[in-house]
Write a protein that binds this ligand. Structure first.
Ligand code: IPE
Ligand code: IPE
Ligand code: MG
Length: 243
């Protein structure tokens, strides 16, 4: 990795393929999720090492609640274990922990662990690690619309004053720059209701590997591929691009 080359500031990942990974080995789907946590550890560590500032991981969508209860319960337990096991590492490696999505939908003990991890890492200045949980981009945008309507109703905002900035500031990601690179594993060519507003000009990279098989070198390959891309943001030349 050429450190002098541009490292994406914000990488977002749709971690997909745990179930298919398990099936391929003749194992239960849930064991794929367990192995997927190992990949999360490796990718978080690598992100810190190469100087990525924001890493956003799609861990559980609003639509994933429709999976069998057994699988959902397993995922919630795994999340609880992850929040416990990684807290020390987050603290010592300056990771700031964050969550986007409807965290109020999550079991109360998970909500407490999230709150604890966020509070205990809030002063950290390294990587901002965001987990998308019970996340739906359409819900996020709909809630933003509702909030702006409220502000108009109260007379705090005029309709013709509403800008893209007003919308962006109502999203869960108000404090986070848009992703530079979106990675999806397991070969699916879709965005599955993830960060629809924020990825307007994000570079997309799809890996054929299932998430538990996605290793440090695969992640570095995605970053290298990103470094070769020419981002134009709709312009005809690359000069005077937004920073
Ligand atoms: C991604 O793996 C993890 C979650 C969505 C929680 P999947 O569980 O979607 O695995 P596949 O796509 O069925 O293989
Ligand atoms: C997207 O994966 C959600 C997460 C990775 C958490 P899914 O497996 O739920 O998406 P679809 O069903 O393939 O679109
Ligand atoms: Mg999937």
């Amino acid at each position: 990795m050429d450190a002098t080359n541009k490292i994406p500031r914000h990488v977002a990942i749709i971690m997909d393929g745990n179930g298919r990974w398990a099936k391929k080995q003749g194992l239960a789907r849930i064991l794929g999720h367990q192995r997927g946590v190992e990949t999360i550890r490796e990718i978080v560590r690598t992100s810190r090492e190469i100087g990525i500032k924001y890493l956003t991981l799609y861990a559980f969508s609003k639509e994933n609640w429709a999976r069998p209860k057994r699988e959902v319960d397993f995922l919630m337990n795994l999340l609880g274990e992850y929040l416990d096991s990684e807290l020390e590492e987050m603290k010592t490696s300056q990771i700031r922990f964050n969550v986007i999505g409807k965290s109020e939908d999550l079991p109360s003990q998970i909500q407490s662990k999230i709150k604890r991890n966020m509070e205990e890492t809030e002063k950290n200045t390294g990587l901002l690690l965001t987990l998308a949980l019970s996340y739906s981009s359409r819900v996020e945008i709909t809630d933003a619309v509702k909030s702006l309507c409220e502000q108009v109703k109260k007379g705090h905002l005029q309709i013709n004053e509403i800008t893209e900035g007003h919308v962006a500031r109502e999203l869960y990601t108000a404090e986070i720059p848009d992703p530079d690179l979106l990675i999806r594993t397991s070969g699916e060519l879709r965005v599955s209701n993830f960060l629809l507003w924020q990825i307007s000009y994000t570079e997309i990279y799809v890996s054929e590997k299932y998430w538990p098989d996605f290793k440090k070198e695969d992640f570095l390959e995605a970053v290298q591929e990103y470094q070769k891309r020419e981002r134009r943001f709709g312009r005809s030349e690359t000069s005077m691009l937004p920073s």
